[in-house]
Each structure stands twice: as C-alpha cells, then as structure tokens.
Design a protein around this ligand. Structure first.
Ligand code: 13P
Length: 250
C-alpha cells in the first residue's frame, strides 16, 4: 500500500510573514492527522517561517528548485545543503513553469533530481503535456520522454525516495482538471514505464496528480488506483481548502 502524499506548491506566493499565519492554520486544522503525508513547498525566503511553524508536527517541508552543484558561481540558484539546513525533506524539480519560463530541460531536470537524491532530499519530479501536445495525440510520447530522461541514472535506493507528479500543463491554474479517467490513464502509463526502469520498486513509487485539484474533485482523483497524492497550487494557499484535500486522501 502506498501512503498518499499531498504537497502544497505555493509557487511565488506568501512572504515569510504571511507564511507564518498559513502554516499555523494548516497545522491547527490537521491536528495530528498523519494518514496522508503532507508537505509544504513555500518560496525559499519563507522556508524558515515554515520550518518554525511545522515544528512538532508530521508536516514535511519542500523547496521548489535545487541546483546540481554543491556551491559556486550560480547566481540565483540554491544548493541541496542549503535546503536541508532549512529543514527540507523534499524538493520539486522540473515543474512545467520552470520548463516553460526558465529554460528547464529534461537534462537539467535529471541533474537536479540526481543532486537532490545524492544529498538526501526526496525529489518530486514533474512531468506533463501541453494542450497542443495532447491535441496532437502525443501525450504518451511526451510523458515517456520526460520520465525516461528525467530519471536517467537513478538506481537502487533512489527509487524509494522518488515522487513523481503528473501535471497536465493545460490543467494548471486553469480550473480545467483532467477527468479522473484521463489522469488515471496517464498515471497507469507512468507506472508501467517505472516497472521497466525500477522493477519491483515501481509499485512503491508515489505518483501525484496536479492541475486544478480542489476539495470538490480531490476524492475522485485520489480514489484512482495509480493516483497516490496531489501537487496543489492555488488551493494550497488557503488552509481550509488545502487541509480538505489532504484529508480527502485518507
Ligand atoms: P493549480 O492547483 O493552481 O492548478 O496548480 C497546480 C500546480 O502547478 C502545482 O504544482
């Protein structure tokens, strides 16, 4: 049985001051709830506030990006050790917004994922097709390319730490959710690919769905056999909607 994992990707939202309130509300609303793994991924400058805020709770902390080098002249980037120091257990890599706006490629996604693993962070590797790719009938080709290239070189114990996120680009922030059948179809496809790449470990790898997941569609999506959690954008910015989604996974 895979324990479900719901992560809030705050994107470029919530100052440290604002984060403090949001985390306190989430922590209070979750109580000791631990049936679903819950991770908060704030902007870098709010990691400290989140670290303080989640103390004494099972809530995990994730960042939204990580560089593959340990240190050096990489203006604007951040290292895995810096994230670990702020209590991060997870890091999102290859989000479509990074691919779309910041030149992220399958190759850099792979480098970031491997560096995260080497440093003891669990990468949440994002994949997903654009609307044009879906309409052109190339969804599975795109996903296969992103999964194979993004996970190249992973081996052994890496597989147990990996989380994947399927986020159809056309469903992100648009209010257009993939139907549970559309999402399950891609998740099952990813699972088959993982069996080829990771063997038996594939059955333990969590695959999150992301893209307009809300309290009113979460239960249906999270009820699919290969949907093992959610990566939540907009609905993660309010404690009530985020906690409702986390609890829908139980
Ligand atoms: P929305 O939930 O706002 O559609 O964003 C999804 C997402 O991109 C999470 O990483």
């Amino acid at each position: 049985m895979r324990k479900k994992i719901v992560a809030g990707n705050w994107k470029m939202n919530r100052t440290a001051h604002e984060a403090k309130t949001l985390v306190a509300e989430i922590k209070a609303a979750l109580g000791g709830f631990n049936a679903v793994e819950c991770v908060l991924c704030p902007p870098f400058t709010s990691l400290g506030a989140v670290q303080d805020g989640v103390a004494g709770s099972p809530i995990g902390i994730g960042a939204q990006n990580v560089h593959w080098e340990k240190s050096g002249a990489f203006t604007g980037e951040i290292s895995a050790d810096m994230l670990r120091e702020k209590g991060c257990t997870h890091v999102i890599v290859g989000h479509s917004e990074r691919r779309q706006y910041f030149g992220e490629t399958d190759e850099t996604v792979n480098k970031r994922a491997r560096a995260a693993l080497a440093a003891g962070l669990k990468p949440i590797v994002c994949v997903g097709e654009t609307l044009a790719e879906r309409e052109a009938g190339t969804t599975f080709q795109v996903i296969e390319r992103q999964v194979r290239a993004g996970l190249q070189g992973l081996a052994g114990a890496d597989w147990d730490k990996l989380v994947l996120a399927y986020e159809p680009v056309w469903a992100i922030g648009t209010g257009k959710t993939a139907t549970s059948a559309q999402a399950q179809e891609v998740h099952a496809f990813i699972r088959r690919l993982l069996r080829e790449l990771a063997g038996g470990a594939a059955d333990g790898i969590r695959i999150q769905y992301g893209g307009s997941m809300k309290p009113d569609n979460a239960r249906e999506l999270l009820g699919q056999p290969d949907i093992d959690g959610g990566l939540i954008g907009g609905a993660a910015l309010q404690a009530a909607s985020f906690v409702a989604i986390v609890k829908a996974g139980a």
